[in-house]
Design a protein around this ligand. Structure first.
Ligand code: PSU
Ligand code: MN
Length: 310
């Protein structure tokens, strides 16, 4: 067993699925505590779990509660993470924060990087989220590069996401992933999607045309002993997508506002998400919810395909 196992608690549902080698899909919790407002966050978290079940897999939402890594949460635990009254006690936990939060016995919502670590410890291969972190615009000055990217370079988990938000420098994000040998697949698309919109103007590395093809590719990556994750970039459904120029204007404004308010470090991404929501009068939140659900459909199909022995 891994060195982390003394800290891990599996929910009953996840434990049974593990023993029966049924497909499991990991879900993160930063999106709940720091990525969406209440009560949309908890409603979405519940609906996403149900989509995974309907897709034939078992959902494992991951968070840290009282210094324990929880793989699979009860409805009460989801509520706790979602409620704004609790947020001052819930840290945003990426790789660097994990050991401290565990050693203090406190609470944390896990980002993509920390969720990947915990998923791998629990033997879960597929992880569904909204968007990955990346290289921030202006990173040549600020060095603001999400820990998600380095995690993708070393932890063997496949992430289904809607690409990277254009609050980031998408070109540099893709360069960084290339340098670290992380494959970036477009799911049914040649173009790397930009979260709120279906295209970024940058190509994905290759196209995967369905869950079986994705599963074959992921198996091959790891059978070769190539360390690291893979990105399966699944564009937001057409009816919820923003036009690139429309969202670009909003993002430009949000970035200026963040700069003016001297927002730095791990507060940058939550601030920008919230500001984009305000500037679009809530429309970006609807898009965010729709794309996560769409990713849950694809992620559970891939997890099911991976679990077949053929
Ligand atoms: N993108 C979203 N919603 C989110 C996040 C990203 O649309 O909630 C979260 C994820 O947990 C991701 C984290 O891992 O933000 C990245 O934060 P940072 O940029 O501080 O590394
Ligand atoms: Mn950062």
């Amino acid at each position: 067993m891994s060195t982390f196992s003394p800290w891990i608690d599996l929910s009953n549902e996840v434990e049974e699925a593990t023993l029966a080698t049924r497909p499991i899909v990991a879900l993160e919790s930063t999106i709940i505590s720091h990525g969406m407002p209440y009560p949309v966050n908890v409603q979405t978290a519940r609906e996403v779990e149900q989509i995974v079940r309907d897709g034939g897999a078992v959902p494992a939402t991951i968070a840290i509660l009282n210094g324990r890594i929880k793989i699979g949460l009860t409805p009460d635990e989801l509520d706790f993470l979602a409620h704004p009254d609790n947020h001052e006690h819930i840290a945003k936990v990426s790789r660097r924060d994990l050991a401290y939060v565990l050693s203090e016995g406190s609470h944390g919502a896990t980002t993509v990087s920390a969720t990947m670590i915990c998923a791998q410890l629990a033997g879960i291969e597929v992880f569904v989220t909204g968007g990955i972190g990346g290289v921030h615009r202006g990173a040549t000055q600020t060095m603001d590069i999400s820990a998600d990217l380095l995690e993708l370079a070393k932890t063997n988990v496949a992430i289904v996401c809607a690409g990277a938000k254009s609050i980031l420098d998408i070109g540099l994000t893709l360069e960084y992933l290339e340098t670290h040998g992380v494959p970036v697949a477009g799911y049914g698309t040649e173009d790397f999607p930009a979260f709120y919109s279906r295209t970024s103007g940058y190509p994905a590395n290759f196209i995967l045309r369905g869950p079986e093809e994705a599963a074959r590719f992921i198996r091959t990556q790891w059978a070769l002993g190539l360390e690291g994750g893979v990105v399966v970039a699944n564009p937001v459904p057409e009816s919820y997508a923003f036009e690139s120029d429309e969202i670009e204007t909003v993002i430009g404004q949000a970035l200026k506002d963040a700069d003016y308010r001297h927002i730095t470090g791990k507060d940058v991404t939550p601030y920008l998400l919230d500001r984009v929501k305000e500037l679009t009068e809530g429309k970006s939140l609807e898009t965010n919810v729709a794309l996560v659900k769409n990713n849950a459909v694809v992620g559970s199909a891939i997890a099911v395909a991976l679990s077949k022995k053929t």
